[in-house]
Design a protein around this ligand. Structure first.
Ligand code: SF4
Length: 353
């Protein structure tokens, strides 16, 4: 097993860092740009693929550096063909899942969204989440996150889309516990000579690590923020998200407000409905009371069944009632389309099988 470190994993390098590397090695400056394109745009998985780079240079790189080049252990497509899920493995054995969702192929609003993992596993232990059931986890490097985008970009193009258009950091792991790699990855994906995906097309989802939300806002980027709220009742939220509930709902909302003020970006609150837990009439009123007067958009997620979980998806009637109550508080809400449930690619279903 090969340990991957951010310092030697070349897909995590910025163009400036590659330029410095070339200078240090005595290689011409234009090689840095060629390397950057292979790593960030063309999606090279090995140094041997880099056909316009001299063999001697490739040999040095292969000896001293690594490439985030996951192996595809499994690829599944949903029956309706709109969702693809990959089980990927990195050189050290770390496994992750990545999901691509394809929308409106025939219209000008084509959207190909990838849901990337930011950690292999997750330490937050949310009770309803398949990923949270695993104890071991590690942060992914920026390059390892970008590798997922490159795989999804290739798939989207092969299916007739112009390119990958949106990225949501909502897969396995808590992205705000991997801040340095997250920021580096966002900037690299945004780079004109990389995947060139706009910051406004990227959304970071967090279970609510309050100090990190302030830090994220202070990056002054145009990325979107989604918070996993799941309950407006402190006790219920603690049951669902024991570690995230370390921060109170008030603290969380203050941080969200700061993000909104600082970035101008509207924040989304994710709310998965679980029967008899947070989908009740009382829960709807609590959520309405908590969010009334804010412009937070509630994303209602029809919860998906996770094997072994005590939490069950609510009924269509409970969902309808929940939304009706919420609307009396003038809280904006939408029901997120659940994709890929037949391949366990939907929200909360990702795990390292
Ligand atoms: S919901 Fe997100 S933060 Fe919570 S355990 Fe799952 S992956 Fe981790």
């Amino acid at each position: 097993m090969t340990a991957i470190t951010a310092a030697t994993e070349l897909r995590s390098f910025t163009l400036a860092e590659l330029q410095a590397l070339c200078q240090e090695q005595g290689w011409p400056a234009f090689r840095a740009k060629q390397l950057f394109q292979w790593l960030q745009q063309k999606g090279a998985w090995s140094f041997s693929e880099m056909s316009n780079i001299p063999q001697s240079m490739r040999d040095v790189l292969a000896e001293k550096y690594q490439l985030a080049a996951p192996q595809v252990l499994k690829k599944q497509c949903s029956k309706d063909g709109t969702t693809v899920k990959w089980l990927l493995e990195f050189a050290d054995g770390a496994k992750i899942e990545t999901v691509l969702m394809l929308y409106e192929r025939e219209t000008a609003r084509d959207r190909a969204t990838v849901c990337v993992s930011s950690q292999s596993g997750c330490g937050m232990g949310c009770a309803f989440c398949a990923t949270g059931q695993y104890k071991e986890y590690r942060n992914l490097t920026a390059g390892e996150i970008i590798a997922q985008c490159l795989i999804a970009d290739k798939e989207a193009r092969e299916r007739g889309f112009n390119q990958l258009t949106n990225i949501v950091f909502m897969g396995m792991g808590e992205p705000l516990l991997n801040m340095d790699n997250l920021k580096r990855c966002i900037l690299l994906i945004n780079d004109e000579q990389g995947l060139n995906i706009g910051q406004r097309k990227m959304t970071v989802s967090t279970c609510g690590i309050v100090p990190r939300i302030y830090e994220l806002a202070d990056w002054n980027l145009q990325i979107g923020l989604a918070i996993s709220l799941h309950s407006a009742d402190a006790e219920v939220r603690k049951r669902l998200m024991p570690k995230a509930s370390h921060y109170s709902l008030n603290e969380l909302l203050e941080a969200v407000h700061y993000f909104r003020e600082h970035t101008g970006r509207r924040v989304t609150a994710e709310y998965a409905l679980f029967q008899g837990v947070n989908a009740t009439v009382e829960a709807a009123h609590q959520l309405g009371n908590l969010l009334t007067g804010t412009d937070i958009l509630v994303n209602i997620i029809p919860a998906n069944y996770v094997e072994g979980s005590e939490f069950l998806p609510c009924t269509a009637e409970e969902q309808r009632q929940f939304l009706a109550i919420l609307s009396t508080y003038n809280v904006s809400a939408q029901v997120r389309e659940s994709r890929g449930t037949d391949i366990d690619a939907a929200c909360g279903q990702l795990r390292r099988r």
